[in-house]
Design a protein around this ligand. Structure first.
Ligand SMILES: N[C@@H](CCC(=O)N[C@@H](CS)C(=O)NCC(=O)O)C(=O)O
Length: 220
């Protein structure tokens, strides 16, 4: 029995996508919505102690943290070649990318919180949004500089790419991507993969963002 605790187009997209690339279909996908009591219910808290998504029930165990889940999938299903095991020439870079994706995603999360999830009378802080937007742009500039080929690692698609699939979906809502031509081409390449297209079809249209771009607010 494989059960995925999921928010469409959230970080759990990474898990659904890599499983799709591996030809694995979850028996059950439980969908959640941020800010609802369901996120603090026993069902999710029982598998993810901080009530965060994703969590995966698989092989008789439960795992939370998207990076850990992807690495577990790669280690237990090595035939797909999506991990870079110890001793592999790309191992260190692979580990860096998997963790760096969360450095970047945490900035996206702060921007999501400020722009999308505050409830009136709370208002986003222009200073905090400006700083997080600049920091997100810094991570995109760094990633642009690290691109050496079609995928993050020279030998091809890996779980590190699956980590960034969520980020590159979300980042353009907050940062203009024109200065990062390699990332734009890379994102187009990721979206063109059959596995990505199948996963996107399962997700359906995104419902997080109500506008195409969220500029830094002006303090009033
Ligand atoms: N580092 C964790 C972060 C998990 C996380 O924060 N997920 C978001 C959805 S993308 C969440 O559950 N947010 C709920 C909340 O902030 O209350 C991971 O990669 O799995």
């Amino acid at each position: 029995m494989i059960r995925l605790h999921h928010i469409p187009w959230g970080r759990s997209f990474r898990i659904l996508w890599l499983m799709t690339e591996m030809g694995i279909t979850p028996d059950e996908i439980i969908r959640y919505q941020i800010g609802t009591p369901q996120m603090r219910g026993a069902g999710l808290m029982g598998v993810s102690p901080a009530g965060r998504i994703p969590a995966l029930e698989i092989d008789g165990i439960t795992i939370f943290e998207s990076g850990a889940i992807l690495q577990y999938l790669c280690e237990t299903r090595p035939q797909h070649g999506f991990g870079r095991p110890p001793g592999h020439a790309e191992r260190v870079r692979y580990l860096e990318f998997v963790s760096f994706a969360e450095t970047q995603a945490s900035l996206i999360e702060q921007l999501n919180l400020n722009h999308l999830f505050l409830r009136p009378p709370a208002r986003p802080s222009a200073t905090v949004v400006k700083l997080n937007t600049l920091r997100l742009a810094d991570t995109l500039r760094a990633l642009e500089g690290m691109m050496v080929g079609d995928y993050l690692l020279p030998s091809g698609f890996s779980a590190a790419d699956a980590m960034f699939g969520f980020n590159l979906f979300a980042a353009p809502y907050y940062v203009r991507m024109d200065p990062y031509p390699k990332l734009l081409a890379y994102w187009a390449r990721l979206k063109a993969r059959e596995g990505f297209k199948t996963t996107a079809a399962i997700e359906g249209p995104q419902t997080f963002y109500a506008q195409d771009f969220y500029p830094v607010p002006v303090d009033g």
